[in-house]
Write a new protein. Structure first.
Length: 120
């Protein structure tokens, strides 16, 4: 099996995090989650991941510099919204749906619905 086939068959949350600042499920707190989601650009990232699943960091169009985009990805990761994994030099991010649902049942669905309504 080619390395890329192995990577695709491995669920994103089954891989070890690429960064040590990703909190364990039990360490995810509501305040940082809501604060991170309060930024429109980060809402865009979360909504994109919710709709399309895992994405390479460079695959999400952001109207900011690469450094600013990295900052927003880091805020989401540290708050517990996303899981980041690395394959070679590439970083892939996905929503931590199961972890968020475990900690705060219904929160993700409610916030995504509210963000969609605001965007309409």
């Amino acid at each position: 099996m080619a390395p890329s086939e192995t990577a695709r068959s491995t669920p994103p949350t089954a891989s070890p995090p690429a960064d040590p600042d990703q909190p364990d499920t039990t360490a995810i707190r509501l305040g940082p989650l809501l604060q991170a989601f309060g930024d429109p650009l980060r809402q865009h990232i979360v909504r994109r991941l919710a709709a399309d699943g895992e994405a390479g960091c460079g695959d999400i169009d952001l109207p900011v510099t690469r450094a600013t985009g990295s900052y927003h990805f880091r805020v989401l990761r540290q708050a517990g919204w996303t899981h980041t994994r690395r394959i070679g030099r590439e970083r892939y991010i996905s929503l931590r749906r199961e972890d968020l649902e475990t900690r705060f049942p219904g929160l993700l669905t409610a916030l995504l619905k509210a963000a969609d309504e605001d965007a309409a």
